[in-house]
Design a protein around this ligand. Structure first.
Ligand code: FAD
Length: 584
């Protein structure tokens, strides 16, 4: 069936757009993502890309025409298909609905079958519209979404609700990183005229662990409360999942119309001699450590290794990070990564890059890590933080199609077995809690209403909660240069920001990467105070495809850290007030 091309609405104020030039002609083959025309919104010129593949069947509005938003301007369909003149007004109504759905990130169900899958009320006691296996971010989001959509939902959890994130991930690490921030604050007190009786301190490891456990309990209890409030039936135990969508928990078997596999991930291990030593800890173990080691070797300088390394370095532990790549957290923009490395080194962390551990020798209650460049690192404890792998326990019977060791899913989060979905860490697309939330929500919607919603994770922000924080969304400078060639970069530093200076936080910068032609924002990278909070603004900007020019119409409050981001946007165009003039 022919698909309409509509005049897009690119901002709240946009009422109409001008077609400058069609780049494809009637009869041309069009692939999804091809530029089909150049147009002018109320603010800027831009290229419109095809959302479907096929043949450009008909151009309804020609070059130079000014067209109200959401009105049909053309059709794409199968070769030889005829689009009737009379179809236009009816189609325009559909277009409006389509535009509304698309604005909400949704897609119109393409088949009547999708709409026909409404939840059934005629289910036996052990039958459910949806069974969710795993109660982490992906799982509990999916379960609650399923219940909100009117489904009879069950959730199975073998351990604690909240999964990795709440129990041994996001929340415990951030609780400890707050301790590191408090200790930094103590160092600044005297310079601000706050004279403490003494700046000496000791760390009560029992109390730090107990406090962390209280935080975790508050949140995991909240998740269970939400599940119960939404009338989700809870099963405690390992769920063994079968291809017929039955799930066995101990002696009980339940059946689902659909199943959501949200089993998450576990620590990845390497096979080197000595790795089995009890002095080698995983991130799960170190969070419950009640004795302070004198020294800690961190194997892997990714986010987890760097965050946990900093916690212990701030407690006075001699921390050495060993990273195979040429810099820490290599997924980050290089400039930001190197800046962070410099700051962490100043805080006393030793960082060795471009080197791996080939052997670990335990003797006299300490470890010697032999590196593949001949060096040795001696430490009381080591942290293994080289990444995570999907958790497949209970899924063995499914014989699912895999992509390396991850469950392969399509854009609807569905696995190779129709009606079985796998959102979150288990599919390895983006191993972050907020990405898992979105994937879980999307999977549940598709399970309940037929496949119609895609999880777009392109503008998922990522953060490292060091002090200062680091955060990013979109492309790094290296990626943008590779993909776009001609790019613009804007930067502004926290060293001149009023709030940062007043807070003893005047270090770091914001870097904005934009496309040179349309000033489309390709990436935002922050190292500085509140970076993890600020990046959400950048993600919203990018999700809504605002250009640098449009963003500069906004007003940012003063004094705020995010003025630095505004100035970095202005610097893309050489218009930052607080930067020296750019040389022409
Ligand atoms: C140290 C650390 C720090 C992190 N910090 C952050 C951060 O700051 N921000 C961020 O976004 N992400 C962070 N992450 C990543 C984040 O924790 C994960 O991306 C997120 O938890 C993934 O959610 P999930 O629901 O897919 O899986 P998980 O959270 O792993 O949950 C899976 C759940 O399924 C259960 N389960 C597994 N198999 C079965 C079965 N067969 N039957 C019943 N139950 C089963 C498990 O017990 C678990 O509760 C961190 C991770 C770690 C390790």
């Amino acid at each position: 069936m022919a698909v309409e091309i509509i005049m897009p609405k690119l901002g709240v104020d946009m009422q109409e757009g001008e077609i400058i030039e069609w780049k494809k002609q009637e009869g041309d083959v069009v692939n999804e993502g091809d530029v089909i025309l150049e147009m002018m919104s109320d603010k800027t010129s831009m290229e419109l890309e095809a959302e479907d593949s096929g043949v450009l069947l008909k151009i309804v509005r020609g070059n130079g025409e000014v067209v109200p938003v959401t009105e049909v301007i053309g059709y794409i369909g199968a070769e030889g298909e005829v689009v009737g003149e009379s179809a236009a007004p009816a189609a325009a109504q559909v277009t409006q609905a389509t535009a509304d759905l698309k604005a909400a990130g949704l897609e119109v169900p393409s088949t009547p079958a999708a709409a026909a899958q409404a939840p059934k009320a005629d289910l036996a006691a052990n039958e459910y519209d949806m069974i969710v296996v795993g109660g982490g971010p992906a799982g509990y989001y999916a379960a609650i979404k399923g219940a909100q959509l009117g489904g009879k939902v069950a959730i199975v959890e073998k351990s604690e609700f909240g999964g990795t994130c709440l129990n041994v991930g996001c929340i415990p690490t951030k609780t400890y990183l707050k301790n590191a921030e408090i200790l930094d604050g103590i160092k600044h007190a005297a310079g601000r005229g706050i004279n403490l009786a003494s700046t000496n301190y000791t760390i009560d490891m029992d109390k730090t662990v107990d406090f962390k456990n209280t935080v975790v309990k508050t949140l995991t209890g909240g998740v269970q409360g939400l599940l119960k409030a939404n009338k989700v039936t809870i099963f405690n135990g390992l769920g063994q999942v079968n291809p017929d969508k039955t799930v066995t928990i101990g002696s009980e078997t339940i059946k689902g119309r659909s199943v959501i596999l949200a089993t998450g991930s576990k620590v990845s291990r390497i096979n080197i001699p000595g790795i089995e030593s009890k002095l080698v800890l995983t991130s799960d173990d170190i969070l419950d450590l009640r004795e302070m080691p004198k020294s800690l070797a961190v194997m892997g300088g990714g986010v987890v290794g760097i965050e946990l390394g900093l916690v212990w370095a701030s407690y006075g532990v001699d921390v050495t990070v060993i990273e195979m790549a040429d810099r820490i957290i290599p997924a980050m923009d290089k400039e930001v990564s190197l800046e962070l490395q410099k700051i962490l080194a100043k805080k006393g962390m030793k960082i060795k890059t471009s080197v791996g551990v080939s052997e670990i020798v335990e003797a006299n209650n300490q470890l010697t890590l032999k590196l593949n460049n001949g060096e040795e690192v001696v430490a009381e404890k080591a942290l293994l933080s080289i990444g995570r792998v999907p958790q497949m326990n209970g899924l063995e019977n499914l014989n699912l199609e895999m992509d390396r060791n991850r469950i392969k899913v399509n854009e609807y989060q569905e696995t190779s077995i129709p009606g079985i979905y796998a959102p979150g860490d288990v599919n390895g697309t983006k191993m972050l809690a907020h990405a898992a939330y979105r994937m879980g929500e999307v999977a549940a919607e598709n399970a309940m209403k037929g496949n119609h919603r895609k999880a777009n994770l392109e503008f998922t922000p990522a953060a490292v909660y060091t002090h200062p924080e680091v955060a990013m969304v979109g492309l790094t400078e290296e990626q943008a240069r590779e993909q776009y060639g001609n790019i613009l970069i804007g930067k502004n530093s926290f060293t001149g920001n009023g709030r940062a200076i007043a807070s003893n936080e005047a270090q770091g910068f914001v870097k904005v990467i934009a496309d040179a032609k349309y000033h489309e924002i390709l990436g935002v990278h922050i190292i500085g105070p509140a970076a993890a909070e600020m990046i959400n603004e950048a993600a919203t900007i990018m999700e809504n495809e605002l250009t640098v020019d449009e963003l500069l119409l906004s007003i940012h409050g003063h004094p705020t850290f995010s003025e630095v981001m505004y100035e970095a946007f202005a610097d893309v165009l050489g218009e930052a007030i607080h930067n020296p003039p750019k040389r022409k």
